[in-house]
Design a protein around this ligand. Structure first.
Ligand SMILES: C[S@@+](CC[C@H](N)C(=O)[O-])C[C@H]1O[C@@H](n2cnc3c(N)ncnc32)[C@H](O)[C@@H]1O
Length: 480
């Protein structure tokens, strides 16, 4: 019996990994049946040895020491920063197995947190390319470079310790890994990274230090529209240095001759690490790139929100359209509409589309995107949806919504927003979610109000990460 064995902190145990949890946590069981929460970059099916960290009443907490028998789900990660960089936590797992794990994650959340028995979850819609899929990538600059494991024993380092342009290590907001190449970025984005590092080092640009809050260079943000082959380079700095920025722009233009490149400089004196400026200086081009989703064009400026995987965004929006079941007399509400991409995608298929969102600049972008595409039946309102009930009179002229689409942030819907949404009694609610746990929690409430969960379509927007997007369709059991 498991209970008869006495476990102590520091003991080495052997277990088989049975499931992956958040971050680097995995579940497993000892041969005796005892449950273990083990920390490490592992795969389901790995047999590992682990050191016990804590002994709880019903389970053990442990840290993986060695993989004794590798799972067939494993593969060699292509990226040399895997395990150090926090970006691609699943790169050691074959893409097909990542997909299966994500499908299970959605199912488990709906079953265990949402009380849906046997939820109708379809196989994940996988990305056509699991690498080079991001249309936006944000690098941080730091005066504290994270030393790679192999550097710890080197007497002389090839790179300076006080300059890094790349990604933060997980759980450390000061240190940055000096990245040469990111597999999620496109080739052109990686070229910009290399050019920017060379320029910064050649010109002694002082990296920003998050502790002292001094230094010039803060972030490099690169956006790329594959469809139009347009590139936007946004250097985020602590102040504006006109001469230096002109030199940077000239260096980029000459190295990237033949490419459509716009360069901007966002300047911020804020102490947080957010890569948006209080002021923006245009160095070349228009400061805008255009991305096409389906039949719609979207103009994106440096600080606009836009889905970061354009091809999978189309897959996601088509999945929403498929289950929304719109007809030409419908009014559709799109809650948490951002820059209105879903609202505009739906507008062609209904009488009236209404987007609701809290960020004013996103609402402005949504309105200009509607104008750009000649969409005349979409209207946008700025509102914090916890106060949804307060703007109902403004929405009356659009008619009652037959379908409501909701795409809240990770935390899910505010209870008051959920309550107001349910008061409309639309025949369908399409809940788009980037967090299976909050989908399950809100879905449970929707079901309690007389809706049936008809389908759940997971879409993989972010291969090699644990993130999964889902489109859940709820139908009113007895429409009036
Ligand atoms: C997951 S994004 C949805 C983006 C959009 N549907 C799209 O596909 O591009 C969530 C959006 O909710 C907005 N948001 C967050 N809290 C909100 C609130 N309390 N009221 C209204 N909108 C909110 C965010 O600004 C963001 O645009």
């Amino acid at each position: 019996m498991a209970e008869d064995i006495v476990f102590r902190r520091g003991d080495i145990i052997e277990l088989v990994v049975t499931d992956l949890a958040e971050k680097e946590q995995c579940f497993g069981r000892l041969d005796s049946g005892m449950a273990v929460m083990v920390n490490g970059m592992l795969a389901v099916g790995d047999r590992v040895s682990a050191r016990i960290k804590k002994v709880k009443q019903r389970y053990l907490e442990a840290i993986a020491v060695e993989v004794l028998e590798a799972s067939p789900d494993r593969t060699e990660p292509v990226c040399s920063y895997f395990g150090v960089c926090g970006g691609c936590k699943l790169m050691h797992i074959r893409y097909e197995a990542q997909i299966a794990y994500k499908e299970k994650k959605v199912k488990d959340a709906l079953e265990h947190l949402g009380s849906f028995s046997n939820p109708p979850v379809s196989p994940v819609l996988a990305a056509a390319s699991p690498v080079h899929y991001r249309n936006k990538i944000e690098f941080s600059c730091s005066s504290m470079r994270y030393l790679l494991p192999e550097e710890l024993s080197q007497e002389e380092l090839e790179r300076p310790k006080n300059f890094a342009l790349g990604f933060h290590t997980p759980g450390n907001f000061e240190k940055v890994i000096d990245i040469d190449y990111c597999y999620l970025a496109t080739e052109l984005m990686n070229r910009v990274l290399k050019l920017t590092r060379e320029f910064a080092l050649a010109n002694n640009l002082e990296p920003y230090g998050v502790r002292a809050h001094t230094g010039f260079l803060r972030n490099l943000v690169v956006r790329f529209s594959e469809d139009q082959r347009e590139l936007m380079v946004n250097l985020v700095t602590s102040w504006y240095d006109e001469k230096l920025m002109q030199q940077y722009n000239a260096a980029l233009q000459s190295a990237l001759a033949g490419e459509k490149v716009t360069v901007v400089n966002n300047v911020t004196s804020r102490k947080n690490g957010v890569a948006t400026g209080e002021e923006e200086f245009l160095l070349s081009g228009t400061g805008i790139i255009t991305e096409r989703l389906g039949e719609l064009d979207f103009r994106i400026s440096a600080n606009s929100f836009f889905q970061t995987n354009s091809r999978q965004a189309e897959v996601l929006y088509n999945a929403i359209l498929d289950v929304a079941g719109l007809n030409e007399d419908d009014t559709v509400y799109d809650l948490y509409c951002g820059t209105g991409t879903i609202t505009l995608y739906m507008a062609k298929h209904c009488r009236s589309a209404v987007g609701l969102e809290v960020v004013e600049s996103s609402i402005n972008d949504a309105r200009s995107n509607a104008a750009l595409n000649g969409v005349e039946n979409a209207d946008f309102y700025q509102v914090d949806l916890k106060d949804f009930h307060a703007i109902l009179d403004k929405l009356e002229s659009h008619g009652a919504p037959g379908v409501i689409i909701t795409d809240p942030p990770r935390a899910g819907m505010h209870p008051k927003a959920l309550e107001t949404m349910l008061r409309f009694r639309p025949r369908r609610i399409v809940y788009v979610s980037c967090n299976p746990a909050s989908l399950a929690r809100d879905g449970k409430e929707i079901a309690l109000q007389g809706y049936t969960l008809k389908s759940v379509q997971p879409v993989d927007m972010f291969p090699h990460t644990a993130h999964i997007e889902s489109v859940a369709c709820f139908e009113l059991e007895r429409p009036y």
